[in-house]
Design a protein around this ligand. Structure first.
Ligand code: GLU
Length: 477
């Protein structure tokens, strides 16, 4: 069997999306499981949609996830490159000329207005999926010359065969079959000399010796078009597989409008998700391993990856599961690794806190946070006073509250540092001296210190704020 060679072929139209990252990951796992090659190539022929910096940012995000290509623009194999489509326009042109020469493709001079008119006319005749009417196929050599002299540059269309069936065995969804008559003569080369996706992808996959194409379901209807090009060129197509769609929790295809779901890997990185958690989560987004285990390292994922276990049913993006997974990985970090990781996310204003105190607090939050940037919310709860409701103000105005607060100030006067034990002793004494209990003892102090009714244990608040600040907050009105 030939070496397995797969590819991830993003268009540089934006950041790395979770759907793209999942395609990249499955291709990578498939290659690594089979000791094959994983190739990164850039499909940038849709020039108007290309965004500056997108290649770099997508490449960085893949690298961050540990999805490292064996071949790419940065690490090319001279026999298979270039790895960026716009650098090989002359190669596409040669293949295009070959198809014209063999009579499998032809020049089309129609303007977009001509095409729109024809489409409308077909629709009015009740044809629900209008196709190109092949009017340029009938042009004589002289007519074509005349049009060219007028300065009209032709696009090139593939001449689809009549009454044929295009079939393939999809690795994920089994036998797929399409009628050639349902596919119109589509453009393979635009009039500006830039190939369309369906054409360029075939030439690239062929030249890069791609053995398997695993990509998103949205490309399913493109596959018969590509198969026809392979047929005309007389080359063996790769084996295809189309991954299921990713849905939101309501079962609808994930869209940019789903604001409650972060859609780009970059966003997760910035919010303080660990690459191991994202990797693990994406791995289970469409792959079902045997057994109940949900935690997989990269090495384990490579080991157990099986192309036959990819699900053809939609995969739901479960935000709660991702958060659970990230907190699982955070909890399992060593203290040092954890501190190194979260410190980068701590806002500037909290970096003024002494190193010892900050480390102590960050470690307290380790079991609570779902992502690193959440430490700021917890630090905020501690250090920023939150305004009180009328009800809370009334509670603080009770005689009992005033007594507790006075006693508390008196008692901490001689204390240097706030250990759990010392603070417990103070509260016990206050209870004994006032006969008050529970909420009536703890709540006035908590409210006066933070303005919040709940949060981390009081002795941690005391330690965090320090004596001076405690005095200031408790004595303030
Ligand atoms: N450039 C295409 C995309 O971003 C890749 C399609 C393919 O893998 O063939 O969707």
């Amino acid at each position: 069997m030939n070496k397995i060679r797969v590819r991830y072929a993003p268009s540089p139209t934006g950041y790395l999306h979770i759907g793209g990252a999942r395609s990249a990951l499955f291709n990578y796992l498939f290659a690594k499981h089979n000791h094959g090659d994983f190739i990164l190539r850039i499909e940038d022929t849709d020039v108007a949609r290309n965004i500056e910096g997108a290649i770099e940012s997508q490449t960085n995000d893949l690298k961050w996830l540990g999805i490292i290509p064996d071949e790419s623009m940065d690490n090319p194999n001279p026999q298979c490159g270039p790895y960026r489509q716009m650098e090989k326009l002359d190669i596409y042109q040669k293949f295009c000329d070959l198809l014209i020469e063999k009579g499998y493709a032809y020049e089309c001079f129609c303007s977009s207005e001509d095409l729109a008119k024809s489409k409308e006319e077909q629709l009015s005749r009740g044809i629900s999926s209008p196709r190109y009417d092949r009017r340029c196929l009938k042009l004589s050599k002289e007519e074509k010359e005349e049009l060219k002299v007028k300065g009209i540059k032709p696009a090139i269309r593939l001449k689809m065969p009549h009454n044929e069936v295009l079939e393939f065995d999809d690795m994920v969804r089994g036998k797929m079959s399409f009628k050639s008559d349902d596919i119109g003569d589509f453009v393979i080369m635009k009039s500006n000399g830039i190939p369309t996706y369906n054409f360029a992808v075939v030439i690239d996959d062929y030249m890069m010796k791609i053995s398997h194409v695993l990509r998103g379901e949205e490309h399913l209807s493109n596959t018969p078009k590509q198969l026809q090009i392979y047929k005309y060129l007389g080359i063996e197509p790769p084996i295809f597989g189309h991954l299921s769609i990713i849905t939101n929790e309501r079962g609808k295809k994930l869209s940019k409008r789903d604001h409650d779901i972060r859609q780009f890997i970059e966003e997760y990185r910035k919010a303080g998700y660990l690459k191991e958690a994202i990797f693990n989560f994406l791995f289970l987004l469409g792959f079902s391993p045997e057994g109940e285990n949900e935690i997989y390292s990269k090495e384990e994922a490579i080991k157990i990856f099986d192309i036959n276990h990819l699900s053809s049913a939609p995969s739901m993006f479960d935000n709660k599961k991702l958060n659970w997974m990230n907190s699982y990985y955070i909890k399992n970090m060593s203290s040092d690794d954890y501190l190194n990781f979260v410190k980068d996310y701590v806002l500037e204003e909290y970096r003024l806190i002494s190193q010892e105190k900050l480390d102590y607090l960050l470690l307290l939050f380790k079991s609570e946070i779902k992502s690193a940037n959440e430490v700021n919310k917890l630090l905020d709860e501690l250090f920023h006073f939150h305004s009180l409701s009328e009800e809370q103000k009334e509670f603080l105005n009770l005689d009992s509250s005033k007594i507790v607060l006075n006693k508390f100030l008196e008692k901490i006067y001689n204390i240097e540092d706030f250990s759990k034990e010392k603070v417990n002793v103070i509260f016990k004494e206050i209870m004994a001296e006032t006969s008050l209990k529970g909420k009536f003892v703890y709540m006035p102090i908590r409210l006066k210190l933070t303005g919040l009714e709940h949060g981390i244990e009081i002795y941690n608040i005391l330690y965090a704020l320090g004596k001076e600040e405690i005095y200031r907050r408790i004595s303030s009105n």
